[in-house]
Ligand binder design. Sequence first.
Ligand code: FES
Length: 358
Amino acid sequence: MARFHPLEVTDIRRETADAVVLTLKPRDEDAGAFGFTQGQYLTFRRQFDGEEVRRSYSICAGLDEGCLKVGVKRVEGGAFSTFANEELKPGDVIEAMPPMGKFFTALDADVSKDYLGFAGGSGITPLLSIVKTVLAREPRSRFTLVYANRQIKSIMFREELGDLKNTYLGRLSVIHVLESDSQEIDLFTGRIDEEKLEAFFNLWIDLPAVDTAFICGPEPMMLTIAASLKKHGMKDEQIKFELFASSQPGRAKQKVISKAAATAGENVEIQLTLDGTTRSFTMQRDGTAVLDAALAHDIDAPYSCKGGICSTCRAKVVEGEVEMISNHALEDYEVRAGYVLSCQCLPLSEKVVISYDE
Ligand code: FES
């Protein structure tokens, strides 16, 4: 099965000085594979100086827009984001994997829910998809979005959010928090920290009424918000995260199973199932991740960030023992069920059976 598919760039809209929105069109035969759920992302690949670079960008279109759009903000020194912002033009073709990700909740046209979203910078992209889809598909639900940026000119989708407020009168509330541009209300200036969140939850946001909170942005901001939400009574299962950049160590290293590690030898037999095909190979237990070993054996295993963030490389350990060196993506219940990020997965036992198909 072809993992990557060509997508034609049909439009490029400059959103801010350093961010563009790409509209993409799959080939007719791939249209089914590129159906998506609000909040999912696409993983792109491209060769730069002979080296393959993969990057994931969230879909910013709503389910009812009938098109595929991603927002790409230029990152200092980022090969793909610079290429997308400076070189890409309509008519070009880029390669992407079908949509992935679990940053969403099921929608039901009959319910009346209150959603709360926190976005930091380009973390708005999946949230915009969620906001648009929720407002369109749950006509009685409401959404409050707290959107943090450095300054007014760096706000992505500012106009579109304003239009949505007008379209869905009384159902969308957007609070812009600006780090360096001052605003009429002091509370909306500065960084989102514990103190500001306290004020929000006491004065502006009726947290007990909120059914689900979505958070997407830099990890420190996400952790602060999640801690505050929990302090105010929200449960883990009510809070959905999407991390797309990380400069901090993630969750504590988690061993799926680790008892036999001490007795295992240096060579490990890996049996790997992908797209219905099972292959076996031997790898050394020398700090190499299972994903890298699979790629070295010409197995087209899925991956993007290779940093334990995106979950594109998610697989299930069916037999054997492994440990993950970092995990910013899987929930605890997934780890308990045997799921791993194969890019972070070191084998511990003499044999590991792993499947990307479960
Ligand atoms: S490739 Fe992104 S978490 Fe493994």
